[in-house]
Design a protein around this ligand. Structure first.
Ligand code: NDP
Length: 300
């Protein structure tokens, strides 16, 4: 079997156009230009690229994409104060603190990342990291859906793949990807996307025993591990849908968490890396920024 390629880049392009059209409509109806402010601490080259890409994507969608650059010597308190100022700025609708924060920051002791993310106003929390937004998601009444899992939902929806009643294995339990993904799959109704409701979910991690056997039970396997090509062909059930969230730089190449060449011979459909889940994450960030603006400034 040679798997169908799930073209995240194309789907992300569609979503970005839709968001741009919605932004236009919103502003025409008297809404403010939605504004996303990214807070970037330090000089990490990868973070600089991510923030630049997000800001460009904003501008193309008619969203004001600002970046607030702070030196790596910034203290915990200064960073929290900055977030608070953005919380109180009526012209800023979405706040994004670019992670990871520099390890040697806050005078060498490192930042308390959780406390900084907690300081973001839940109404401006376009990453959906705040405990309020995580809680709402868990209860099946989400305000913002986290960008990467939401991008996966959109991809499945637009490829007409439904996971209702299916066995789904998510490998990786981070707060950003694995956990919210599993929670969205476990919902009874369509509040987090009809395509992913009512799946039977297994959330696997580094302590999972017999990972190969667990993965082989999956009608859909979602890998968010951060270990290059860890998911081998023999871990995939014949005909499964494989979603590869991983973005790993190996020498000069970007590779996923799935060994693509092996997987494509077994799976029925698979996301490539690059060009799979990555572009969808940014598209959903734009969606959330518009949503944040609408929540703060509803128009008739
Ligand atoms: P984290 O490092 O936060 O979490 C990794 C998870 O994988 C942990 O739960 C860990 O288990 C688990 N894990 C690690 N090694 C193994 C193993 N050998 N077997 C089973 N489970 C394992 O990663 P993220 O969720 O933040 O990111 C995962 C990947 O996705 C990365 O490559 C990242 O770059 C990429 N990413 C891509 C995005 C996109 O837009 N496409 C967005 C966000 C991330 P344990 O909890 O037990 O330690």
């Amino acid at each position: 079997m040679t798997a169908e390629l799930l073209d995240g880049k194309r789907v992300a392009g569609e979503i970005r156009k839709e968001v741009a059209a919605e932004v236009h409509k919103y502003v025409q109806s008297g809404g403010p230009t939605p504004c996303l402010t990214a807070v970037l601490v330090g000089e990490d080259p990868a973070s600089q690229v991510y923030v630049r890409n997000k800001s460009r994507a904003c501008e193309r969608a008619g969203i004001d994409g600002k970046t607030l650059r702070l030196p790596s010597e910034t203290s915990q308190q200064q960073l929290v104060d900055t977030v608070q100022q953005l919380n109180h700025d009526p012209q800023v609708h979405g706040i994004l603190v670019q992670l990871p924060l520099p390890t040697g920051g806050n005078g060498g002791t490192g930042f308390d990342e959780r406390a900084i993310l907690d300081a973001v106003d839940p109404l401006k929390d376009v990453d959906a990291f705040s405990p309020v937004n995580v809680g709402l998601l868990m209860q099946g009444r989400p305000r913002f859906l986290p960008c990467t899992p939401h991008g996966i939902v959109q991809l499945l929806h637009r490829q007409q793949i439904s996971l209702a009643g299916k066995q789904v294995v998510v490998v990786g339990r981070s707060d950003i990807v694995g956990k919210p993904m599993a929670m969205m799959l476990a919902q009874r109704d369509g509040s987090c996307g009809r395509e992913v409701a009512n799946a039977t979910v297994t959330l696997a991690h580094s302590r999972t025993q017999n990972l190969t056997e667990v993965c082989r039970t999956a009608d859909c396997l979602i890998a968010a591990v951060g270990v290059p090509e860890m998911i081998r062909g023999e871990m995939i059930r014949e005909g499964a849908v494989v979603i590869d969230v991983g973005i790993n730089r190996v020498e000069d190449k970007l590779v996923g968490d799935v060994a693509f060449d092996e997987a494509k011979e077994v799976a029925s459909a698979i996301t490539p890396v690059p060009g799979g889940v990555g572009p969808l994450t940014i598209a959903m960030l734009l969606h959330n920024t518009l949503l944040a603006a609408k929540l703060q400034h509803p128009v008739a």
